[in-house]
Design a protein around this ligand. Structure first.
Ligand SMILES: [Zn+2]
Length: 463
């Protein structure tokens, strides 16, 4: 028998430890590990690199500032170069899912280099009523924005495919919407992803800061205090307990939010926690300008340390980038921090950041890297064991890492839609050098070599 491919001479990271064997791949799946080299069509020389299960970015915004038919091309390009093999889109529609979902799915279908999955954001009672319809289309996780309501309910929805108009909207995610979403998700057996910031408190904080003519990222952080995160966490965790719903907190980056989550866990809420690379590496104390404006805000050096500690203690489950594919002309449209757009790109740098600042500085092990970047996400979102592991019969999504490679970050490396990156000029040690999706080499040494359309919507199960 002749197999499709074999990867020789790499160090394979498995839950039980590092295995030095060849990886046999056939029909996009992992067939097994061997010492010899069987007959095969392609031989990929591992050159002593480290092989990890394909990383999953749990949190990606694309399709907002360019339509998904374009955004899928550019952002999955950046993903492939950054060593991400599955990207999870935060779908945000202002209308009925019955009406608008299918065109989004169709426009995405032939335009990805890497695999993808979708979380659907819920803003209205109609959308709550259509969650079951989403599940029938393979979308088995839902997102709520507790930060969007009242005076701060402005948001850009995803563009319709093949259009180029921004879709500005005003929404009101009040506690009733939150409670009903949690209740319905529990009935469907789906997790709810929560952006936990209390919108009424944030509106008040912003008003006060503007009146005092404050500016900069420190003012941004002060106006959206970690206390407002804690308040929202408390509210939604109560619903989670009442209805038996799994709550997944996205982008947790403050010591206060973490503390509240641990309290709620002790009360019995089923909680998963995601953090983002910027909460590990950026603080308003060290960051100038408005580029790093994001919701929730980047905090202090001390908060960065608290997040690292929670990560090394396995109190955090996943790393998502909260990648926003936007551009400078929109980002810096205003004159101050209040007028700047929140969010920035990050899908290309997440793996090198974790390797450089985490693994190479002994804050997390390679096994932990695998848990945080693929294994846990695959389990939480119903993609395991197809994704998130290198066991036999799993998808051959493999990223090969050079822990010693040093490279300076530049936005140009990734070929995404954005024309800037917050880590511009930072030298990172530890980079992905080969990205393999279902047995196909998709990117190698900062070049995309895969075929557009190779990326598929990942089938998911209800966990
Ligand atoms: Zn987000």
């Amino acid at each position: 028998m002749t197999y499709d491919a074999v990867i020789t001479d790499s160090h394979i990271v498995l839950p039980q430890g590092i295995l030095d064997k060849n990886i046999i791949i056939d029909e996009g799946k992992i067939v097994g590990f061997t010492n010899d080299i069987p007959s095969c069509d392609h031989k990929i020389n591992g050159n002593g690199l480290i092989s990890v299960p394909g990383p999953i970015d749990t949190h990606v915004h694309y399709g907002v500032y360019s339509p998904i038919d374009e955004a899928a091309k550019t952002e999955s390009h950046a993903a492939a170069i950054g060593g991400i093999t599955t990207m999870m889109r935060m779908l945000r529609l202002g209308t009925s899912f019955q009406k608008s979902l299918q065109e989004q799915l169709d426009a995405a279908a032939k335009n990805h280099y890497v695999d993808y999955a979708i979380h659907a954001s819920v803003f209205t009672q109609q959308q709550i009523d259509e969650m079951k319809f989403c599940v029938s289309k393979g979308i088995t996780s839902f997102k709520i924005y507790m930060n969007l309501g009242g005076e701060v309910g402005h948001v850009y929805m995803d563009m319709p495919p093949y259009s180029s108009e921004l879709v500005a909207a005003q929404v009101d995610v009040n506690n009733k919407i939150v409670e009903q979403t949690v209740k319905n998700a529990a009935l469907l057996g789906c997790p709810v992803l929560v952006h936990a910031e209390d919108y009424e408190s944030c509106a008040c904080g912003i008003k006060t800061a503007k009146e005092k003519k404050k500016d900069g990222l420190s003012a941004w952080s002060e106006s959206r205090s970690p206390e407002f995160e804690a308040k929202a966490i408390k509210t939604v965790c109560k619903y989670g307990r009442d209805y038996g719903c799994v709550i997944y907190f996205v982008h947790i980056g403050s010591a206060r939010a973490l503390q509240q989550i641990f309290e709620e866990r002790n009360l019995g809420t089923k909680i998963f926690v995601e953090t983002c690379p910027h909460y590990l590496t950026l603080s308003y104390e060290q960051q100038n300008g408005y580029l790093a404006k994001v919701m929730p805000p980047i905090r202090t050096k001390k908060d960065n340390e608290a997040v690292w500690t929670a990560l090394s203690d396995n109190q955090i489950d996943t790393i998502g980038t909260d990648h926003v594919a936007n551009q400078l002309k929109l980002k810096l449209g205003g004159d101050d921090v209040w007028g700047a757009l929140a969010g920035f790109p990050g899908i290309g740098t997440v793996i090198p950041i974790l390797l450089s600042e985490g693994v190479n500085k002994n804050k997390i092990s390679l096994q932990q890297l695998v848990q945080f970047t693929s294994q846990n996400a695959a389990k939480i979102f119903g993609m395991y064991p197809q994704k998130g592991t290198l066991e036999k019969n799993s998808d051959a999504d493999i990223v090969m890492i050079d822990l010693k490679k040093e490279n300076k970050v530049s936005n140009e490396l990734f070929g995404g839609f954005s024309d800037y990156i917050v880590y511009e000029g930072r030298v990172l040690k530890g980079w992905p050098v080969k990205t393999i999706v279902r047995g196909q080499l998709v990117a190698e040494d900062f070049q995309v070599v895969g075929k557009l359309g190779h990326g598929k919507l990942v089938p998911r199960t209800i966990v």
